[in-house]
Design a protein around this ligand. Structure first.
Ligand code: LFR
Length: 495
């Protein structure tokens, strides 16, 4: 037994966690040492992240380990994708990073599509065209706040903003960079020609480092006691990339769904798949661990239900997720469906009202009750996954034979069962902590504990009790799929 302990910091767009992960040569042991909220707020006209608040929680969580008897071998941070911080020549943030949910990206996104076309944008990067991509945020900076970019010496993707605070490192991690829509996935370099054409300066783009890179020792006041010898090791910095490492896939073409605020559904491939068809169905090629590619679709995910819940709370009733699932389960299925990826659902706000308006506009029965709204969202997510299975099958020529759901959404029983029903595939759920496990396992691999993803997944599978769902023979899905596809091919509604 070797016995190593690393710290996995995982920041989602709603909350963050600091977890210690110990590995004794066969089993993982996780201990969440701190949990905190991550709430963007409007400042200077934009929806921004509070990096100092996040850092105070992260450093308090890590700092609390200094007095423990267990030495910490390494620390790594993963976060949501696409967002970035701009650092000046002194290594300080030029200003508070902007959230991808701010509406500022939408005009540049539409302009770039008009000016260059989807072919050029997709062909240059291999990344799903979405308004949230870093590329469009950088265009917004270049247009509205050129001084931000002029003052920037280095752009760091969000995980690396924290790796910089931990170690002084000024590189950006590959999987995080791969979400930017500004990186050429086939060539493995920043898509500088594309950025030039769109008027985005490139002087601040950093060197890109692979997951597993040791970027130096922990520095500063934190480096004391049990933390004195800790290294800062880049995990897959994009939370989804860490979650996919933590997904106990056994089949090479098995579909994973990393289920949380977003649902990231796809397969692992050995190389980017950038074809006419992958472009037509808008599948993204994000970078994975050990040279793999995550060929996936970004589906809006449980965000819609989270926002509904917040609205109902504002109106006076605080439902728990299990309560919402129970209310939804009592409703008849597939009555009204929405396209979760419609732009109208992206920004925070009164989501139940938007869903009702969407159903009215598209000629579906308007969901009147809390249960009916929740059911509409859950059915629609299951249909989205079915479409991903169909699209992946068409693009790679192999139909995924099974589905593995990981992350916080993997304990959502109704959604898991409906995913099995909608796709006709067996579904296995777990682990809930796939992201922290994947993050930690890559650090442990860098320390010599694992020899690649297969070994990592074997160890994770051995330590996880997974819950299985078998597709129920049911009708209605094919007909609902037609309605759903008709919605998806309609142009987005005017705001
Ligand atoms: C999930 C995630 C998705 C990314 C979205 C926005 O947490 O990282 O993969 O598309 O957040 O960054």
């Amino acid at each position: 037994m070797t016995g190593r302990t690393v710290v996995a910091v995982d920041l989602g767009a709603e909350s963050g966690r600091v977890t210690t992960v110990s590995f004794d040569g066969s089993r993982f042991e996780l201990d969440v040492v701190s949990r905190f909220a991550n709430t963007p707020s409007h400042r200077q006209g934009l929806l921004r992240w509070d990096i100092d608040d996040l850092w105070s929680h992260i450093s308090a969580g890590i700092g609390g380990l200094a007095g423990n008897g267990t030495p910490i071998d390494a620390i790594g941070v993963d976060t949501w994708g696409v967002d970035y911080g701009l650092l000046n020549a002194d290594g300080e943030l030029v200003d508070a990073p902007v959230s991808y949910r701010d509406g500022r990206n939408i005009p540049p996104f539409e302009d770039a599509l008009r000016a260059l076309g989807a072919d050029r944008l997709y062909g240059a990067t291999g990344v799903q065209l979405m308004s949230i991509n870093t590329l469009f945020a950088l265009m917004a900076d270049a247009r509205q706040a050129p001084e931000r970019l002029a003052a920037a010496k280095t752009l760091l993707m969000m995980p690396d903003v924290f790796h910089h605070r931990l170690s002084g490192s000024l590189v950006s991690e590959y999987t995080a960079v791969s979400t930017s829509g500004a990186y050429d996935m086939a060539a493995g370099r920043w898509a500088t020609e594309l950025l030039d054409e769109l008027g985005v300066p490139t002087h601040m783009l950093p060197e890109v480092a692979a997951p597993g890179t040791d970027v130096g020792p922990l520095v500063g006041d934190l480096a004391t006691g049990a933390l004195a010898g800790a290294r800062v090791v880049l995990p897959p910095g994009h939370d989804t990339a860490s979650a996919v490492v933590g997904a106990p896939l056994t089949d090479p073409h098995g579909l994973y769904i990393s289920s949380g605020t977003w649902s990231l559904a796809g397969v692992e491939t050995p190389a980017p798949v950038i074809t006419e068809l992958s472009k037509a169905v808008n599948l993204t090629n994000e970078g994975g661990y050990a040279g793999t590619i995550r060929l996936l679709r970004n589906v809006m995910g449980l965000w819609i239900l989270q926002e509904c819940r917040r609205q109902w709370e504002r109106e006076g009733t605080a439902y728990t997720y299990p309560e919402l699932a129970a209310l939804a389960a009592r409703e008849p299925g597939l009555v009204s469906v929405i396209n979760p990826d419609d732009q109208v659902f992206l920004q925070p706000g009164d989501m139940p009202a938007r869903i009702r308006e969407y159903c009215r506009r598209n000629g579906f029965p308007v969901p009147a009750t809390v249960g009916a709204v929740a059911r509409c969202v859950i059915d629609s997510l299951a249909l989205s996954y079915r479409v991903v299975v169909d699209d992946i099958a068409a693009v790679i020529g192999v139909r995924p034979p099974s589905v593995s759901i990981v992350g916080g959404g993997s304990n959502h029983e109704l959604l898991s069962q409906l995913t099995a029903d909608a796709t006709g595939l067996p579904v296995r759920c777990g682990p809930v902590e796939a992201t922290a496990l994947g993050n930690a396992a890559v650090q442990l691999a860098a320390l010599g504990e694992f020899d690649g993803p297969a070994e990592i997944r074997e160890a994770i599978a051995a330590g996880t009790t997974m819950v299985g769902y078998t597709p129920a023979a049911g009708d209605g899905w094919d007909e609902a799929l037609e309605r759903f596809n008709a919605l998806r091919s309609r142009p987005a509604a005017p705001e």
